[in-house]
Design a protein around this ligand. Structure first.
Ligand code: CMC
Length: 379
């Protein structure tokens, strides 16, 4: 029996699976738009709350729309007691495992869980976005033997996250850095985690399933885990002089420089430009400019690769920012996840609007038509 000849698209590289109105990426020149607005303008001018509104409602909010939206987000920050209990029970796990588990469990307390209408998904997207920082911060407190810190309704989304994480009101400059970081991570085409979320939605599973899938897929070092790995690399390098030998040795042995390379960008990831400036300023402000210098040196050494389209991505500088803010390194991916929940929500809503089951095929290359051997007759 002969098999039909197939054309493989391994890794779905450059395969368009659908249309979107949410984000646009021009990987050749390093351009990113959310709903038509350039990420450079949003990073410098828009708050995360404004960005979520833009993504969910396809327009920039007026002041009164933003105020109402912000009040809605704030009203949904608190966690059901059972979720706090689940965090206590799983406190020794990696923070991303705790976030994934807790987000999944919130389905049990969401009155709209099985409603896949556009309106219900807007409500659920707001709830999941609002609760994620509370989950991450509560876990950080609980694993340190403390009680979770109640949300502070006077602080914005980013400032309140830092407040709940450290138990004291943050320097507004630090809160502004996390706010911008969330804006930069909010949405990014059909990346691996958004694709995972869309696959879940394509079966008509609900938003909680899709966001849980997104968190699961984000965890890997080829996706959201890279920021943690970049900072580990910077710590191992230790000083500027060591960057050259370290990176050359890594690449010569087939290793990958974390925070470099991207499936879509062949130029510098525009998000990394904003994070670079923030990492430099924060390093100077904290009296620790060395991490930025080490990372800059890595970029210099990687110059020959940039000609092949392997440039720094969004994760390259974000790890240094979190590190300088004293955020534990195993929380780095969770921060990415907190920023990305609006993006997953939008992708799921788009998938539902014009749904089709995402079900590709695999070319079978194993043996064929083997004769079944009964247990007693096997060697
Ligand atoms: N360091 C050194 N070489 C690299 C790197 C890197 N970071 N990334 C790609 N290459 C090389 C790779 O070895 C291969 O070379 P060759 O053709 O000689 O075998 C070539 O570039 C193409 O690599 P690929 O694996 O086919 O490319 P991909 O599109 O499948 O991988 C990637 C994209 C992001 C997984 C990869 O660049 C990578 O592993 N980067 C490091 C991890 C990282 O920073 N991830 C964060 C991505 S951005 C944030 C996000 O969206 O999650």
């Amino acid at each position: 029996m002969t098999q039909e000849k197939v054309r493989l698209h391994r890794g779905l590289r450059d395969v368009y699976i659908d249309r979107t109105q949410s984000s646009f990426i021009d990987g050749k020149i390093g351009k990113l738009l959310y709903r038509g607005y350039n990420i450079d303008d949003l990073a410098e001018n828009a708050s995360f709350e404004e960005t979520i509104y833009l993504l969910l409602y396809s327009k920039l909010p007026t002041q009164s729309e933003l105020d109402a939206f912000d009040a809605d987000l704030k009203a949904n920050r608190a966690l059901p007691e059972a979720i706090v209990e689940i965090i206590r029970l799983t406190k020794d796990a990696h923070p991303m495992d705790v976030l994934r588990t807790a987000i999944s469990a919130t389905a049990a307390y969401d009155p709209d869980v099985a409603d896949n209408s556009h309106e219900a998904n807007l409500r659920k997207g707001v709830r999941l976005t609002a609760m994620a920082p509370t989950i991450v911060a509560a876990h950080a407190q609980i694993r340190n033997g403390k009680d979770p810190v109640e949300p502070d309704l006077e602080l914005n989304h980013a400032g309140n996250f830092l407040y709940m994480l450290f138990g004291e009101r943050p320097d507004p400059r630090d809160a502004a850095l996390i706010d911008k970081d969330f804006v930069l991570h909010a949405e990014h085409g059909v990346n691996a985690s958004s694709f995972g979320a869309r696959v879940a939605a394509s079966t008509q599973a609900d938003l909680h399933c899709a966001v849980t899938t997104g968190i699961a897929v984000l965890k890997g070092p080829a996706h959201g885990g890279a920021a943690e790995e970049v900072m580990k690399m910077a710590l191992e390098i230790g000083n500027e002089e060591n960057a050259g030998p370290y990176v050359r040795n890594l690449v010569e042995h087939g290793g990958r420089v974390m925070g470099f390379g991207h499936r879509v960008y062949r130029a510098v990831d525009p998000r990394s430009v904003h994070l670079r400036d923030d990492a430099r300023e924060l390093g100077e402000r904290k009296g620790q400019p060395k991490w930025f210098s080490i990372l800059q040196e890595v970029i210099e050494i990687m110059q020959p690769y940039s000609r092949r389209g392997i440039c720094q991505n969004v994760d390259f500088f974000s790890g240094a920012i979190y590190y300088l803010l004293d955020i534990p390194d195993d929380l780095f991916i969770s921060i990415f996840a907190m920023g990305r929940i609006p993006g997953w929500t939008v992708q799921v809503m788009e998938q539902f609007e014009n749904n089709i089951l995402l079900r590709p095929r695999l070319e079978y290359t194993g043996p064929m038509d083997l004769e079944y051997v009964k247990m007693g007759d096997r060697d």
